[in-house]
Design a protein around this ligand. Structure first.
Ligand code: NDP
Length: 284
């Protein structure tokens, strides 16, 4: 299992981070969400991913409350919407995100997906924020291979440090060429929805079968842990499962210790075949 990833500037990060989409939506769940994020940070997670889009900023507010006592332990990631990706829009969105997050800096600022603003304009806006010390790194999200090539026209290798894309057993298209393209440009691939949003994927009998052969410190392994360990096996990939429930968070952290065998991997390849040709990048 890949335990860490290394950014272009040498920063080493644990390969298991956490996501926060849908957090902050239900006031009654807020305390559990804060607690779950704090548990993660106190147990070795550094990357916490959010976005201005999630709950119109409410996810950023939950994250801000959760990480406030531990800010320096956290590698904080948030995203600007394509509709705010102009020079002025990026500057304004970043300042609003900083306020909601209750911090002076963002560790990694991502363009959420491609929109109408020329890529070069957004990249220049990111570089300006970097010079101002408001963001440490910048990156992109939902960029397919051609989009990554386009970055060559407006940035040098090593400047864009991450590409956050959909990657799980049901969505393996990135294995065809995108993972390699990212790696060659020193871009870490961040896998979103790594456990299939907790839906159909987790009902797979194959995952249940493999889980029955493994255990963690918490007891028998679960299908979600196998799905997560499978994403974490990849070099240069950082996974950001979201768990508002404390129990789910504990299980996800315990998945770091799972080692899938050749037999497990072959069984998963048979049930969820790897790509044999290029397909457009899947998105949620
Ligand atoms: P995930 O694959 O992380 O699944 C999250 C769901 O699975 C939640 O309902 C959660 O429940 C449940 N769950 C978590 N752990 C377990 C477990 N051990 N066993 C069973 N169920 C579990 O989906 P997301 O779509 O949330 O993706 C992760 C993150 O990636 C997002 O939160 C967001 O930060 C990012 N993202 C980025 C996108 C982009 O365009 N850049 C698009 C989509 C996501 P509960 O919360 O109740 O614990």
């Amino acid at each position: 299992m890949a335990n860490t990833v290394t950014l272009a500037d040498g920063t080493v990060l644990p390969a298991l981070g956490v996501g926060t989409w849908n957090m902050g939506e239900e006031p009654a769940r807020w305390p559990e969400e804060v607690e779950s994020l704090r548990y993660a940070v106190l147990n070795g997670v550094q990357v916490v991913d959010t976005a201005e889009m999630y709950g119109n900023g409410r996810s950023e507010s939950v994250v801000g409350e959760a990480i406030y006592p531990y800010r320096k332990k956290v590698f904080l990631v948030t995203k600007v919407l394509p509709s705010n990706a102009s020079s002025q829009g990026v500057a304004e969105s970043c300042r609003k995100s900083l306020r909601r997050l209750g911090t002076d800096w963002i560790d990694l600022y991502l363009l959420h997906w491609r929109g109408g603003v020329p890529l070069g304009e957004t990249v220049e806006a990111f570089k300006k924020l970097q010079r101002e010390g408001l963001i440490r790194h910048w990156g992109v999200s939902n960029f397919d291979t051609d989009d990554v090539y386009e970055l060559d026209g407006c940035s040098r290798i090593g400047e864009c440090v991450a590409n956050q894309v959909l990657y799980n057993l049901e969505h393996r298209g990135v294995e065809y060429d995108l993972l390699k393209t990212d790696y060659r440009r020193k871009i870490v691939t961040m896998a979103y929805s790594p456990i299939g949003q907790g839906q159909e994927l987790l009902k797979s009998p194959v995952l249940a079968d493999i889980a029955s052969r493994h255990s963690t410190v918490l007891g028998p392994a679960t299908p979600a842990q196998i799905a997560l360990a499978w994403v974490l096996r990849q070099n240069n990939v950082l996974a950001i499962p979201k768990a508002a429930s404390h129990e789910h968070m504990k299980q996800n952290l315990a998945a770091r210790d799972l080692e899938l065998t050749e037999q497990d991997l072959a069984q998963l390849d048979a049930a969820f075949p790897p790509p044999t040709k290029k397909t457009p990048l899947d998105m949620i």
